[in-house]
Design a protein around this ligand. Sequence first.
Ligand SMILES: Nc1ncnc2c1ncn2[C@@H]1O[C@H](COP(=O)(O)OP(=O)(O)OP(=O)(O)O)[C@@H](O)[C@H]1O
Ligand SMILES: [Mg+2]
Length: 428
Amino acid sequence: MDCSSNSWSAALVDQIGVGVIILNMGLRIQYWNPFISHCSGKPLEQARHQLLTDIFPEADTPRFSQMVVQARDHGQHVYTQWRDNPYLIQLPYKPSRESADLMLQSTLLLPFLDAKGEQCLALLLYDTTELARSNEQLDAALNALSGKQTEQDQLIKKLEKANALLLQSEKLAAIGQLAAGVAHEINNPIGYVFSNLKTLASYVHDLLRISDAVDSAADLDELRQLKRSLEYDYIRGDVEALIGESEDGIERVKKIITALKDFSHVEEDAFRFAELHPGLETTLNMVNNELKYKAEIIKEYGQLPAVECIPSQINQVLMNLLINAAHAIEQFGRITLRSGHQDDWVWLEVEDNGVGIAPHVLNRIYEPFFTTKPVGRGTGLGLSLSYNIVQKHHGRIDVSSKPGQGTIFRIWLPIRQPGTASDGSALT
Ligand SMILES: Nc1ncnc2c1ncn2[C@@H]1O[C@H](COP(=O)(O)OP(=O)(O)OP(=O)(O)O)[C@@H](O)[C@H]1O
Ligand SMILES: [Mg+2]
């Protein structure tokens, strides 16, 4: 048995499923292996010593000339891939199946020294059809995936838009609902300021009569008589009381209007550092009409730093919690507001001693449109929107409730939003 490396390599070249063409430096064919004869249908004997481009005219391209320059003159190995159409040499590909496809070939052109030490070029043509096919499948899968991704991105955008609209409309509905309460709140002080004004007008009329009488009265006794008959001393005391009361009334109206203005920052949707307690007070003022007949309000506030938030949205969450608490109280109860600060977080708590939430309802309360209230009373959006707002602030809502005893909602908010530098500017 001939065990020289030459005979092994000759046997290998004869049997391998890779096309091997040996060229001399003048690009004349010296040898090709049976794979080439088989695939091209051309016998080696007729091709030997012919120019490669005479036998395979399709190889006569600038690209091939360039490859030759790289391999022959610069000693490089030059690859082409199945992606580089057209193929260098067209070998009809006939694998075991019936297809007459061209093989999706890759090629390698390299210089080497033959057994006699002469410089030659080897052109290897190999079949990468399967690789190319799986690559195509991979490409198709990737395309489909990126299509899905775009679809998903669009869907998320739509959802965000719908969510923003929902938020806006819930806010408008809440403001509408509050407007009625606010009208009632304003009506009261305006009512007594108006009636005070009427009384004051009649007092002024009487006082003017007394001062006019200074000119016409015969003597001081007549003047004193008139003062007594018009109850001057009473008027004097009452005028001060009426003015003080009216000032209080106007002050109350002013407070409500300021709260309304603070609350209805509809356009505001940027994060900024804000104190939470004034926002809570504003919100309390807004919902005072809903609360005052239902509960005593107890405040147990801690020390809070300024928190990076969208204040109008936090107010909206607080309003939802306060109104829910009031609705949960059947007769007259207690609502306790607490706040605190722990590490990088602050929390705000609304506790009521109302009906509580049944355990089977507890895991549904954040669902949009989930309500246990009669038709027309609740939309079931309050907590779902509150949840969204708190999520947007990278915080969380905790709830604990005992049926028949009451409920505690606690909102946790990070003092600083992630991705913000310590000076409050956004990090990119
Ligand atoms: N403090 C609470 N005590 C008892 N049950 C509550 C309390 N807060 C919320 N719930 C329950 O959770 C449900 C959902 O609350 P949510 O605020 O989302 O909607 P709603 O109050 O019913 O309607 P909306 O707030 O849209 O007017 C309520 O219907 C109620 O059953
Ligand atoms: Mg609600």
